[in-house]
Structure formats: C-alpha cells, structure tokens
Design a protein around this ligand. Structure first.
Ligand code: FMN
Ligand code: EPS
Length: 390
C-alpha cells in the first residue's frame, strides 16, 4: 500500500490517493470523519481550528460502502480557502491589480521550512514553501490512517495514540496493554492524556507558554494490540517494521525523535533489565513476560502490543519572535505573527496513530495478500494459529 497527498494549507482542498487498499473492505465517510474530528481537538490550538470543520469526500475507489481494490481518492476542503482565493489562486500574478495579493513573504521563521525550502526551490516568496510544509497536510494523512485502521480492525487489531508528556509534565500512565482502556481514558481529555491530574498541569503549562508568547512540545505514544507475530522481516533494511514505524513518526511535522518500547532508555540499562523473557502456554502460545521492546524484535512483530513513541518540538511560529534575516534586505528582523498554535501535541497524537496504522496495515497486506480483505483476515488468523502451535 502507498499513498500520495496534494494540496496547500490555504488552497481549496487537500487530496489523498491511496493505492493498494484491498477490495471488500467496509468504508464510509463517517469512519474517516470521526478521526478528522479527533485531530482537530486539543487545548493549545490557534484560531484556524475554529474555521475548519474537516469532513471527507470519498471521490473514488468505494462503491456502496465497500472498497473496490482500485485507488481510493479522499478530499478534505479548506474552509479558510474563501479568505485566500486571490492570494492562493492559480491565475498568473501579472493579471492581478491588488498589491496586497502580490505582497511576498521574505522573512523566514527559525525552525520552519521557510528558508531551506526557498533556497532549494528558488522561491523569493516563501508562501510557496509554507503553504505545503504546513501541518495542514496531516488532515489527509489522518484520513488515510482511518482507512488503514479499517483494515486493522478487520484483522482484530486495535490502535490508539495518546499524549505522554507536554512541556516536561509526564503522564503517570505511560504504557498500556489494553487499547480499549487507553481510548476510554483519553478520548474526552482536552490534551488526550490518560492521567487526569497530569492533564490539568499540561493545560496550565500550555496556557503559561501562550501567555509568554511562546510554544511547547511533548511526547506522544501509539499502542497497537493484536498484531500477529512475524510481521515485517529481518532480511533487509527496508523490510524492517520498526524502521518503517520510526520513519513514519519522524515524517510528522515538528517530530524530532522516535522510539520503540523503552527506546533510548535501553541505552542506560543492563541487558537483563531490557530483554523480555519468552514464555509459552496452550492458550496464548508464545508470549513475552514483559514488553519493554514494544512488540518488535528483529524488525518483526512478536505478537505483543506495539508501542511506539515520538517527540514533538515546540511550534516554531512564536508570538515572541526569534531573530531572523529578511532575504530581500539581508537585514535582521524580529517580526510579529497573526496566528499560530501554541501546542499541537494532542493533535499530533492522532496523526501518529494514523501514520503507524498505515505502516501496520501496509505490512499486513504485504504479508497476507493484497487483493481481498477476506483472504487477508483468514491468512492473518492462520498465522496466529500456526505461531501458537509452533
Ligand atoms: C498538528 C500540527 C500543528 C502544527 N501547527 C503549527 C503552527 O500553528 N505553527 C507552526 O509554525 N508550526 C506548526 N506545526 C509544526 C510545523 O508544521 C513544522 O515545524 C514545520 O513543518 C517544519 O518542519 P520540522 O519541524 O519537522 O522541521 C504543527 C505541526 C503539527 C503536527
Ligand atoms: C491548519 C492546520 O494547522 C496549521 C499548521 C501550521 C503549520 O505551520 O504547520 C500553521 C497553522 O496554520 P494557519 O497559519 O493557517 O493558522 C496551523 O493552523 C491544521 O492542523 O489543520
């Protein structure tokens, strides 16, 4: 499975084309809209989220509520577009009179894609960079993830993302072995955190940062249970499932690190404190007594829950701006901004869930047959059975 996305933050719409989704999968717009709404929530977001009401249009690949096996096209409109039709229009600039429309962005924000993107593509107007580097694009990645989650659900696999840490305040419930419990604890949390007390402190930290014209980041975790053992492979670097998951997490805007299970902590412990001992019983088959390695050994699933984490840096657009250089005058400046999120870690937990779901579903379809969901489901179940008896 693979997908591409297109669209600018203030353009008319975002589009995703999903290729390789198996036929016969039940899929409705509502399945996707539920996740789009989850991504829009979260304490610390800016005014844009009051404008957008993200809803998907399924424009290809689905008929009468079932996937056809053909490419799936997903569209999400930008409600803000109506305020940007001239600035973002496809018409040539010389046909326009309005000097407001012609005004170029020449002041790059530290920590954003502005300067590097402008140098790379030769854009004197850095709007041409920021429009596409914006995390607005994560809307359709969440839509793609919702489709992947339907594949996982058919195979008895549950997945959820939540917030572990914001601004140094850590949830006391970092790792869960039950995804349902995790969903129950986090869905109504304004910061998608399972620990209510920590959530209150996180919100205070966000408000404090905002009051100071600043931003804060944090750590998110994704847990998936029900993966059959032996998915992924050790034989080649590009077939290792842990690498794919880490790459997917690192691809989210503003993410600076990814870890599987206890991750970086493993470098501070002895081997006997890290590796999960193997056991067997008739009902479960092989299992690990602990799950420090987050359900992955040798680039393959162990059958234990997958635990993956990512760290998000603070949002780069600051009301208290950092110093930068105007690319036209080469003069230093520190400019103020119109609007921005002060913390988007809760939204990023939903994005992380989506991108990990995509990698898991892609690995499942690659291994268990790509064409039909009924065959994939059957082959995944056979694998579980074979593993129990192995
Ligand atoms: C859900 C979400 C919302 C974001 N909102 C903003 C924002 O309002 N302002 C901003 O400057 N960056 C925001 N970012 C981060 C930038 O998109 C990101 O820092 C930028 O694309 C540069 O990429 P890099 O940080 O990965 O290097 C957001 C990221 C995510 C995941
Ligand atoms: C639009 C979304 O996030 C945007 C991501 C973003 C950035 O620079 O990444 C900048 C902001 O855009 P704007 O300047 O239009 O307010 C965020 O609102 C979204 O998450 O749907």
């Amino acid at each position: 499975m693979r997908y591409l996305t297109s669209g600018e933050s203030h353009g008319p719409q975002l589009t995703a084309i999903l290729e390789g989704v198996p036929a016969g999968l039940s899929l409705t717009a509502e399945d996707i809209n539920a996740d789009l709404a989850r991504r829009q929530k979260g304490h610390g977001r800016g005014r844009r989220m009051q404008i957008e009401k993200d809803r998907v249009e399924i424009a290809g690949g689905v008929r009468h509520g079932k996937t056809l096996g053909s490419p799936i096209a997903l569209i999400v409109e930008n409600k803000d577009w109506k305020h940007w039709t001239k600035i973002m229009g496809a018409e040539p600039l010389e046909d326009m009179e309005d000097s407001e429309v012609k005004r170029q962005i020449s002041r790059p924000r530290p920590g954003h894609a502005d300067l590097n993107g402008a140098i790379k593509y030769g854009h004197r107007d850095m709007r041409n960079v920021l429009e596409r580097s914006s995390a607005r694009e994560t809307t359709v990645r969440v839509a793609a993830g919702a489709v992947a989650k339907r594949i996982l659900a058919e195979c008895g696999i549950k997945i959820a993302g939540h917030v572990l840490e914001i601004g140094g305040i850590r949830s006391e419930h970092p790792s869960f072995e039950s995804v349902d419990e995790l969903i129950g604890r986090t869905e109504d949390s304004p910061v998608r955190c399972a620990d209510e007390k920590a959530a209150v402190k996180m919100m205070e930290a966000i408000d404090e940062a905002k009051k100071n014209g600043d931003s804060i980041g944090g750590i998110v975790e994704v847990v998936a249970e029900g993966m059959p053992p032996g998915v992924g492979s050790y034989v080649h670097y590009d077939r290792k499932l842990d690498a794919k998951i880490a790459g997917a997490i690192m691809s989210i805007n503003a993410f600076k690190g990814a870890e599987i299970g206890i991750g970086f902590e493993a470098g501070r412990l002895f081997g006997s404190e890290v590796h999960d001992e193997i056991a067997w019983d008739r009902e479960r088959g092989y299992y690990r007594k602990t799950n420090r390695l987050g359900g992955l050994e040798g680039g393959m699933t162990t059958g234990m829950p997958i635990i993956a984490r990512g760290v998000m840096k603070p949002i780069p657009t600051l009301y208290k701006p950092l110093q930068s250089v105007d690319i036209e005058t080469k003069e230093p400046f520190s400019a103020s901004i119109e609007r921005s999120d002060s913390c988007a870690v809760p939204a990023a937990a939903v994005v992380a869930e989506a991108v990990v779901a995509w990698e898991l579903a892609a690995a499942i379809t690659e291994q268990f047959g790509q064409d039909r969901i009924d065959q994939i489901r059957e082959n995944a179940e056979n694998m579980r059975q074979r593993a129990r008896e192995f």
